[in-house]
Ligand binder design. Structure first.
Ligand SMILES: NC(=O)C1=CN([C@@H]2O[C@H](COP(=O)(O)OP(=O)(O)OC[C@H]3O[C@@H](n4cnc5c(N)ncnc54)[C@H](O)[C@@H]3O)[C@@H](O)[C@H]2O)[C@@H](O)CC1
Ligand SMILES: Nc1ncnc2c1ncn2[C@@H]1O[C@H](COP(=O)(O)OP(=O)(O)O)[C@@H](O)[C@H]1O
Ligand SMILES: [K+]
Length: 540
């Protein structure tokens, strides 16, 4: 899979790019309507129209996207800087930043640009970019949060280009077209400091397009946590590589559309990233395709143990995901057999217990199971097992660790919190740490569902996968059941748990987008759109 990030390409993940819009054309606080790639403010949902345009606009036709931790980035930067003239790297960053900002403006000349400048090199980037914009005729003002420690070279360059230091920060922010947030980058920790909060709020409230330099100031680069106030950006221009916080909520939500600027770091970065996001091409490579001599058994059989008298629908939805997931056949065991057969006559239904249902290549257990039995028995099998929902209740780490075949756990934040013995908020605030902790505790692959779905391999040395296709329209009852059936089917077809989980999450999110077209969707709609999502990834 390709490692080097592409040069200067807009990498959207799930956010629309900020719209090019002159401030004068906007009323204060107005949310720009759909245009081009989308509205200026971060939005969880966008219209999905023709297939290829959708894929391209999400950068999905490219290959795997990688993120590296701050320590790794700093080591790579140090190596590179040692071979370059002093300041060359910052100039590359500033040039990319200025070009990206210019691309957002209808005209650079006459545009009102405000720089929020902190005490580190992040502020230096903003100042040098400001100097470049000033040379092209923009009116550039710098708001210095720590005047004594502002980057001296950057400040000199800005002044030489005709830019100035703002005497009335709130005055210049009120009329700005674009604000560059250069308060903190990878050196920032712990949310914005109190003196930075009023200007960050004024920038957000001003109606200007807010462009974060490298990262939205106040977010944790390595984890995606937001431990206090942070800048809410419309776009982030990041340098050299993605940082985990740009891809993981809640920080991801603060970043807006993310653009990667190549500063030559690619060859200095290790081959194994901290985080990776599948793209269309990766998913297409991983999807199981029947060979000419395949039969239904060779393609894999998935067994689904789901549903209860109280939740019969969960059985139908898990099976709906499974029949579209690439296995050659689906066996169902549980009290929902009649409902399953009525909806899916192709499914093989069996009486209790699961061990008498015939051979399967993977089990899915848990959706809508209530207090129903089966988890312990299924865990004793020698094939991969996916445990979801009610199956996760009281799940014994030793029983999972003792298994001879892989296990994939698919909790949402609430279930993960119970398994870890922490509050749900803690999991939602620190998703990356939580998914890694669960994988370590159970010695299993863990797919943590939610606003950013993450998949951590049982082997902690492997990168965590972050799903780029998610949409908040998926927050609908039963969509998780569809996901578990889909992932189980991919397991049965022979994918490794981390691939089965991340490919399932990718198709599931894409199916929701295709089905939704910006309107609410049901879990059944999502299941019905899986074949279209599958086909979408395989079409060049
Ligand atoms: N190292 C390099 O070669 C390059 C660095 N670049 C830029 O340099 C940045 C990193 O620069 P630095 O290491 O100087 O660090 P930053 O500029 O990101 O931040 C560190 C400064 O911010 C202050 N600070 C920390 N937390 C804060 C908070 N919560 N609120 C307010 N202030 C806070 C610290 O006291 C320190 O002075 C990158 O993010 C990138 O923008 C780029 O120019 C590319 C090249
Ligand atoms: N805010 C959100 N943004 C994106 N995806 C979400 C969001 N909330 C939930 N989802 C997704 O929706 C699905 C819901 O699954 P789950 O919580 O198990 O619900 P259910 O039990 O009703 O099926 C998961 O795939 C999850 O990742
Ligand atoms: K910043």
């Amino acid at each position: 899979m390709v490692r080097a990030p592409s040069c200067g390409r807009t990498e959207l993940l799930s956010r629309p790019a900020p719209r090019r819009i002159p401030r004068s054309a906007r009323s204060r606080g107005e949310q720009p309507g759909p245009a081009g790639a989308g509205g200026a403010r971060p939005a969880g949902v966008r219209n999905v129209t023709p297939r290829k345009r959708h894929a391209r606009s999400h950068g999905m036709l490219l290959s795997m996207r990688h993120a590296y931790s701050v320590d790794t980035v700093r080591a790579a930067e140090a190596e590179l800087m040692a071979e370059l003239p002093e300041g060359a790297l910052m100039q590359r960053a500033a040039a990319g930043l200025a070009a990206a900002v210019a691309g957002l403006l209808p005209r650079v000349s006459g545009a009102r640009v405000v720089l929020l400048v902190g005490s580190g090199d992040n502020g230096g980037d903003a100042l040098y970019a400001g100097a470049r914009l000033a040379r092209r005729g923009a009116g550039v003002s710098a708001v210095l949060l720590a005047p004594d420690r502002a980057h001296q070279g950057g400040l000199t360059a800005l002044r030489a280009a005709g830019g100035r230091v703002a005497e009335d920060p709130f005055g210049v922010l009120a009329v700005a077209d674009v604000v560059l947030d250069g308060i903190t980058g990878i050196g920032g920790h712990g949310g914005l400091r109190p003196d930075a909060v009023p200007v960050a709020r004024a920038a957000r409230g001003s109606g200007a397009t807010v462009v974060a330099v490298d990262l939205p100031s106040g977010v944790e680069a390595d984890t995606g946590e937001v431990r206090g106030e942070a800048v809410r950006a419309d776009a982030t221009v990041t340098f050299g590589t993605y940082k985990p916080g740009l891809l993981v909520d809640p920080a991801h939500e603060y970043a807006g559309a993310v653009r990667l600027v190549d500063i030559g770091l690619g060859p200095r970065l290790p081959s194994v990233p901290d985080l990776e996001a599948l793209q269309h091409a990766d998913v297409a490579r991983l999807l199981p395709v029947p060979a000419a001599e395949s039969d239904k058994y060779r393609r894999g059989v998935v067994g689904v143990v789901a549903g209860s008298a109280r939740y019969p629908g969960a059985a139908v939805l898990a099976v709906a995901g499974a029949v579209h997931g690439g296995a050659g056949a689906v066996r169902y065991v549980g009290p929902g057999a009649d409902a399953v057969i009525a909806r899916f006559p192709e499914v093989l239904v069996h009486g209790w217990p699961p061990s008498r249902a015939g051979r399967v290549q993977a089990w899915v257990i848990g959706p809508g199971l209530g207090d129903g039995p089966g988890v312990a028995e299924v865990l004793e099998s020698d094939v991969p097992v996916l445990v979801d929902a009610d199956g996760l209740r009281g799940l014994d780490p030793d029983a999972v660790r003792a298994r001879s075949a892989p296990t994939l756990l698919t909790p949402h934040a609430g279930e993960a919190a119970v398994l870890l013995g922490v509050d749900r908020g803690e999991v939602e605030g620190a998703r990356l740490g939580s998914v890694r902790a669960l994988a370590a505790k159970y010695g299993a692959t863990v797919l943590l569902k939610g606003s950013t779905t993450l998949v951590a391999d049982a082997d902690a040395r492997r990168p965590v996968r972050v799903n780029p296709t998610g949409t908040s329209w998926l927050a609908t009852a039963g969509s998780g059941d569809v996901l578990s059936g889909l992932a189980g089917s991919l397991l049965a077809a022979g994918l490794e748990p981390v691939d089965a989980g991340s490919v399932a999450a990718y198709l599931h999110g894409l199916a929701a987008r295709l089905a939704s077209q910006g309107a609410p969707v049901s879990a059944q709609d999502v299941a019905g759109a899986i074949p279209r999502a599958w086909g979408d990834t395989r079409t060049p």
